[in-house]
Design a protein around this ligand. Structure first.
Ligand code: HAM
Length: 431
């Protein structure tokens, strides 16, 4: 047993997995750019109030899962690691007066989030999200655009046929009456409610709909649904979202019990699952509209919508469907040689190749030439460059490890020779 291990619920992303993450990050960054979202970076921690007010004090995320940074305080401030990106991005929108920019302001961020949750498959205490936010457009057309962007991410990442669950959870006009009705429903079942939910019932009845407790999941199937109780404005908005999704050919499933686990949502709410899989810890992403959040965090009333996709979960889904992970980058050439004193010559040649943009490594150890060639082959290097006596005439042996052929090449011609081989290789094998 090693003395130290990564903290429970976290994990090291070893090179192959990190490369798979980088691939997803690139897909996200490229896609966000294509849709006009600009990158932003906010701190990994914020004043606790940003999350208490933004995400909501009576949510699992704030009540149970917030990593509070204690006990250091400064001017009475206390901080917490960000459990999600939206509250911090909206805080930045308000702080930097972005309401004076052309609206909507479209922002994207990718990075780690922290929730002190019970670790299990697909549920980590540190996990990664790709997030986009469009702030300043009331919709409904942009709601559909945002959902379509989410589906395109999955498609480009290679997730087969993800399922979008869609709902509208109303607004300040229609939700209070619904919440009162919901509270009444739960009060009628008070004996069945677990202690935490009973406690929450009077503070935030909507949260009970989002409970992961098995008893609650069963109970919630029969709870009144907000969708049937939307005010005219919300119903019209929701119809608009669906009409735009239909026009774009984006499929979805209506889920009248979908409420999401964060308090800032109004109207449009959605979650994405691998097809045929339910359960909170398999959601590949989620998002929705938050028309009250900017004001909650001290700005002028401003509508907004966005989503966050869990990169860890997307990789799990790709693995589950049998999609091969990214392959390790191969060396174009490994520079080897029998002379233990030849390291400077080998390093010079590798340096020249790298300067030309080729992936190369020089043998810097004292191994026998045979062992060096064996390693190069094991690393699936395309070529071995064998540096020997011919170097006096400015030449090295170029050994094609895949074809098994070998020829003398002038050092001055190496870059051109390797580039040509690489080009035809890419064409030939489609790699
Ligand atoms: P969320 O549903 O809490 O929404 O999280 C979004 C996604 O992050 C989830 O669907 C899931 O894929 C991933 N995720 C959440 N918790 C974990 C965890 N413990 N381990 C692994 N993955 C996890 C939000 O965070 C909102 N900020 C989304 C949003 C943006 N709404 C509007 N704008």
């Amino acid at each position: 047993m090693p003395t130290f291990r990564a903290p429970r619920g976290t994990r090291d992303l070893l090179p192959l997995e990190r490369a798979a993450f980088i691939r997803l990050e690139r897909i996200g960054a490229e896609l966000a750019n294509r849709y006009g979202y600009r990158p932003i970076e906010t701190p990994l921690f914020e004043q606790v109030g940003v999350f208490e007010r933004g995400v909501g004090a009576v949510t699992d995320i704030v009540e149970k899962e917030l990593f509070r940074l204690a006990p250091r305080t400064e001017d009475g401030e206390t901080w917490a690691l960000r459990p999600e990106p939206t509250a911090g991005i909206v805080r930045a929108y308000v702080q930097h007066g972005m309401q004076t920019l052309p609206q909507p302001v479209k922002l994207t961020m990718t990075g780690p989030m922290f929730r002190y949750d019970r670790p299990q498959a697909g549920r980590y205490r540190e996990f990664w999200q790709f997030d986009i936010e469009a702030i300043g457009d009331p919709g409904p057309a942009i709601d559909a655009e945002v959902i379509e962007l989410a589906t395109r991410f999955y498609r480009e990442a290679g997730v087969v046929d993800p399922e979008i669950n869609l709902n509208s959870i109303g607004d300040a006009a229609c939700r209070p009456a619904y919440i009162a009705e919901l509270a009444e429903f739960y009060r009628g079942q008070i004996d069945r409610l677990p202690a935490l939910e009973r406690d929450r019932l009077e503070r935030s009845p909507l949260r009970l709909l989002d409970s992961k407790d098995a008893v609650m999941v069963e109970l919630n199937a029969t709870a009144p649904a907000i969708t049937d109780r939307l005010c005219d404005a919300c119903a019209e908005h929701f119809a608009g979202v669906r009409a735009h999704l239909d026009a774009l050919g984006v499929g979805y499933r209506l889920d009248p019990h979908l409420v999401r686990g964060l308090d800032y949502y109004t109207r449009t709410a959605f979650e994405i699952y691998p097809r045929g899989v339910a359960g909170q810890q398999s959601a590949l992403g989620g998002g929705g509209r938050y028309d009250g959040l900017v004001e909650l965090l001290g700005g002028k009333p401003t509508p907004g919508i966005g989503f966050g996709l869990g990169l860890d979960r997307i990789l799990l889904a790709l693995e589950a469907q049998g999609t091969p992970p990214v392959s390790e980058p191969g060396y174009a050439a490994v520079v080897v040689g029998a002379d233990p004193a030849g390291t400077a010559d080998r390093l010079k040649i590798a340096t020249m190749l790298r300067a030309a943009g080729l992936v190369a490594r020089a043998e810097l150890g004292q191994r026998k030439l045979g062992k060096q060639l064996e390693s190069a082959a094991k690393e699936r290097a395309h070529f071995a460059l064998i540096v020997g006596d011919e170097l006096r005439d400015g030449q090295v042996q170029l050994k094609d490890l895949e074809a098994g052929t070998q020829k003398l090449v002038a050092v001055d011609d190496l870059v051109r020779e390797l580039e040509r081989a690489q080009a035809s290789h890419h064409h030939g094998s489609g790699r």
